[in-house]
Write a protein that binds this ligand. Structure first.
Ligand code: C2E
Ligand code: CA
Ligand code: CA
Ligand code: CA
Length: 278
């Protein structure tokens, strides 16, 4: 069931809907929302520790619901996936993200953009072509785009997922393993896949401060990622102490509230301008 996210109620909760009537309604609203321009993206900076620069952002979808206000992804991603709406949702998100990337580039600021993808996208033979079409439509090199996938996606229908990912990688799109450490796959196995980046789940990052055990998990994961040629990203960095430790350890990129919350594009632009003038 699509569980409630922060402070809100799930757009649809199957445990409270015996007849399924409410689900049908929620699906139709979501379908209309996707095609009707109700999806918006917020962007969270990815800070490269080597240069101290924000080189990219992660795009996080929100739904501007006509009556509920801003709805967070925890409240509709599962529904989109189970209702067969994920292909159109992801296409829309990639399109919005690339249009934004183009606009920033036109204003003199090149930023890479990361988009989250779901299981059904990775078994969709049309997906790599769709991504290529959108990159060309916005006159952008494929290197500006990274797709974030979770390990579970890669375990479900592995051969097809690897096939789709290989085509995306061959085209020059980056591939990141998101929420690393929450699944059961070994890093040795993951590194055989066409991936470029490892993103450690925020559960480990959040525990680092004050836990030598958590810190040693981060240290060994980072060393292994580097040995395999992957960029190492820590998400959920919420304090300066964690940032300092990650810098010391040689982490490549950090993301988290301590750097910035996800922001609407205009606010991100203001935030970037302020940093540049410091
Ligand atoms: P995720 O990919 O792991 O994204 C990170 C989530 O952590 C975001 O929540 C972000 O706002 C939050 N976050 C960032 N920094 C911090 C921090 O320092 N501390 C804490 N506690 N949280 C932090 P959000 O935006 O609600 O997204 C939730 C999840 O929804 C994402 O998790 C991702 O799995 C999914 N999602 C978001 N956008 C999309 C999308 O366009 N497509 C798909 N398929 N899934 C999406
Ligand atoms: Ca992500
Ligand atoms: Ca994550
Ligand atoms: Ca997550």
């Amino acid at each position: 069931s699509a569980k409630a996210g922060r402070g809100g109620v799930a757009v649809y909760d199957d445990e409270r809907d015996g007849s399924g009537r409410h689900r049908l309604e929620a699906v139709e609203q979501l379908r209309a929302g996707i095609s009707g321009g109700q999806l918006v993206l917020h962007y969270q900076p990815k800070l490269a520790l080597g240069t101290g620069e924000v080189e990219g952002v992660e795009a996080l979808v929100r739904w501007e619901h006509p009556t509920r206000g801003l709805v967070y992804p925890d409240q509709f991603i599962e529904l989109a996936e189970s209702a067969g709406l994920m292909a159109s949702l992801t296409t829309r998100v990639v399109e919005l993200a690339l249009a934004q990337c183009r606009s920033w580039a036109d204003q003199g600021r090149w930023l890479t953009v990361a988009v989250n993808v779901s299981p059904s996208n990775l078994v969709d033979e049309q997906f790599p072509g769709e991504v290529a079409r959108l990159l060309a439509a916005h006159d952008l090199p494929s290197g500006v785009l990274t797709l974030e996938v979770t390990e579970s996606i890669l375990m479900e229908d592995r051969d097809r997922a690897v096939g789709v990912l290989t085509r995306l990688r061959d085209a020059g799109v980056g591939v990141s393993i998101d929420d690393y450490g929450t699944g059961y796959s070994s890093l040795a196995y993951l590194a055989t896949l066409p991936v470029t980046e490892l993103k450690l789940d925020r559960a480990f990052v959040g525990e680092m401060a004050g836990s030598p055990r958590a810190e040693s998990i981060v240290t060994s994961t980072l060393q292994l990622a580097h040995a395999m040629g992957l960029s190492f990203v820590a998400e959920g960095v919420e304090d300066q102490g964690t940032l300092d430790t990650l810098t010391f350890l040689g982490c490549d990129v950090v993301q988290g509230y301590h750097v910035s919350r996800p922001l609407p594009p205009e606010q991100l632009w203001a935030w970037l301008s302020e940093r540049a003038s410091e």
